[in-house]
Write a protein that binds this ligand. Structure first.
Ligand SMILES: Cc1ncc(COP(=O)(O)O)c(C=O)c1O
Length: 343
């Protein structure tokens, strides 16, 4: 609590003055009756941006992912993903609890799935096996250190899904970071997926909210599931207004967070505590400490110098750059890293 430089996640941002003003001025209605104009505007806008028919404002990325999973499957089906993905690691086995699914988490080296890895993973049609029905891709990849899938990598996977009757969902919690890094076009990107979850509360800096995109039929069902999960919200245009503000003001600036991440990567290269750093492509930096460095001592050292970061595995640390970290704070963090000395 209360560290000057908080690199623990891009979820820690506080709404800016401009965002708060937009929230104060939002036109609202009861969204359970589909009568909140600001929510409808946000849903419509994101759907159009990503070539999808409709959108659904959800309280969290986890709920948006879980609703998508439920829409695309029946109990006793199977979901494919990489072992590092959020849907497998951090959503409390919601695929089993909420959708009655089996999961097949594949082990890629980089977190990025390829046709080579996927090709033999569709289960044959036997009475005693689950049916493989859904593939989830995460973009950008959180646990892999913010690396990204490009459209060229997704295209063959999407074609393969379509020819094998698998649905394809994108956990795009940080999709705008990924598109900023690849330069890919959102309109084209969206065409390869049956559904997309876009978080507003990560790099985009809104206090809450995710939008699930999909076909009109899917989103109609998704509304019912959201209600069953207790995610139907009332005059929630005040929150959707923060999302619209973020689309207008915080997408174009994501490249600044990426530049800051590169600066930290440079400093980490010179930091004596660091063994290696995962390739940095967006706003996430994952680095690994040398054998002789105590992870606790390293984190304490950062804390002592007002830098907040988290362990990400036994000997790995994650930094995430974001809206509330300006260049000055990055330079200060670089100085802190430079000053690290073994005990
Ligand atoms: C890749 C990814 N997907 C989904 C989520 C879930 O978002 P939320 O925390 O809003 O449930 C996160 C959260 O950090 C995430 O990193």
């Amino acid at each position: 609590m209360g560290y000057k430089i908080n690199l623990i996640s891009d979820t820690v941002t506080k709404p800016t003055k401009g965002m708060l003003d937009a929230m104060m001025q939002a036109k609202v209605g009861d969204d359970v009756f589909n009568e909140d104009p600001t929510v409808r505007e946000l849903e419509h806008r994101l759907a159009q941006m990503f070539s999808q028919e409709a959108g659904l404002f959800c309280p969290s990325g986890t709920m948006a992912n879980q609703i998508a999973i439920k829409c695309h499957t029946q109990p006793m089906d199977e979901l494919l993903c990489d072992v590092s993905y959020h849907v497998y690691q951090y959503e409390v086995a919601g695929y089993g609890f909420l959708s009655g699914l089996a999961i097949n988490p594949l082990r890629s080296e980089t977190g990025k799935l390829t046709l080579d890895l996927l090709q033999n993973e569709i289960k044959p049609d036997f009475d005693w096996l689950p049916r493989t029905k859904l593939l989830v891709l995460e973009n950008s990849l959180n646990r892999a250190g913010g690396s990204v899938y490009s459209i060229d990598e997704i295209k063959p996977i999407s074609n393969w899904c379509r020819s094998n009757q698998l649905k394809l969902h994108c956990d795009g919690a940080r999709l705008f970071n990924a598109l900023t890094a690849t330069g890919d076009n959102a309109l084209e990107y969206g065409k390869y997926f049956d559904s997309i979850n876009i978080c507003l509360s990560k790099g985009l800096g809104a206090p809450v909210g995710s939008v699930l995109l999909g076909s009109k039929i899917m989103i109609k069902e998704a509304r019912r599931i959201r209600k069953a999960l207790g995610g139907g919200m009332r005059q929630v245009g005040v929150l959707a207004a923060a999302g619209i503000y973020a689309l207008d003001h915080h997408v174009a600036r994501l490249s600044i967070d990426h530049e800051h991440a590169k600066m930290l990567e440079q400093a980490l290269r010179q930091c004596e505590a660091v063994e290696r750093i995962n390739p940095v492509q967006t706003n996430i930096i994952i680095f690994h400490l040398k054998e002789e460095v105590s992870p606790n001592a390293f984190i304490e050292f950062l804390h002592k110098h007002n830098v907040h970061a988290s362990m990400f595995g036994k000997r790995s640390v994650r930094f995430v750059t974001h809206l509330d970290i300006d260049k000055e704070l990055i330079l200060e963090t670089m100085e802190v890293l430079k000053s690290w000395k073994p005990e």
